[in-house]
Design a protein around this ligand. Structure first.
Ligand code: GLN
Length: 213
């Protein structure tokens, strides 16, 4: 298991004053995301109630357990307002369980598990099985620059189908897709928030700033 490593603040990130980035804080590693976003200069709002959605310009959905996150989102009355916000164009970045929450279709979901949807993809939960529950690898991701991304996968999903509206950003050596974007939505099977890798959050903040203009 990789230990949280704290990266240094990249010099070239500028988040205009007044923009607020929400982090869905129902369950999972929301604190790690909040840390990275604050290091990048963003104002962070932890989101647990529907009314808190009105105060944010974008949202990160963390890693954790998607079936639990789904249940809590419905229990707290967040699921429907979140769906509406995503449809209305709210920029959202989901990692691992967060990616599952953003997928239009979940494969191997728990009984009755629902997603918020938005990404035109089918995602398979726990796609690497119990033998390889967690692993690390380096990924070439041209959209983020030349330096490979060190990616940590923890009971991770894969994007089994990339629909016409979505674009694959990263694939494993065997061709399986592990990062996608679609308009204001971004999703990764892995966890940049725990490795000091800030480029995905920067990439997301660029979407957020552009959407707020
Ligand atoms: N396996 C988890 C799920 O189904 C995701 C794991 C993670 O977020 N690290 O939600």
């Amino acid at each position: 298991m990789t230990i949280l490593s704290v990266g240094t603040r990249p010099a070239d990130t500028a988040v205009p004053h007044g923009l607020r980035v929400g982090v869905l804080a129902l369950q999972g590693d929301f604190r790690e995301h909040a840390h990275v976003l604050r290091e990048l200069g963003a104002s962070v709002e932890l989101v647990r109630r529907p009314e808190e959605l009105d105060r944010i310009d974008g949202l990160v959905i963390p890693g954790g357990e998607s079936s639990v996150m789904d249940k809590l989102a419905r229990t707290f009355g967040l699921a429907e307002p979140l769906r509406a916000a995503i449809t209305a164009g709210l920029p959202v970045y989901g990692t691992c369980a967060g990616l599952i929450m953003l997928a239009d279709t979940i494969l191997d979901g728990m009984n009755g598990q629902q997603s918020l949807g938005g990404l035109d993809i089918a995602v398979r939960r726990n796609a690497f099985g119990s033998q390889t529950a967690s692993f690390e690898t380096d990924l070439e991701i041209p959209a983020l620059g030349e330096k490979p991304v060190h990616a940590v996968f923890i009971r991770a999903p894969v994007v089994e189908t990339v629909g016409a509206k979505a674009t694959a950003l990263a694939t494993l050596d065997d061709g399986r897709c592990v990062a996608v974007e679609q308009g204001n939505l971004l999703g990764t099977s892995f966890h940049p928030e725990i490795t000091g890798e800030y480029r995905f959050h920067q990439y997301f903040l660029q979407k957020l700033v552009a959407a707020a203009r």
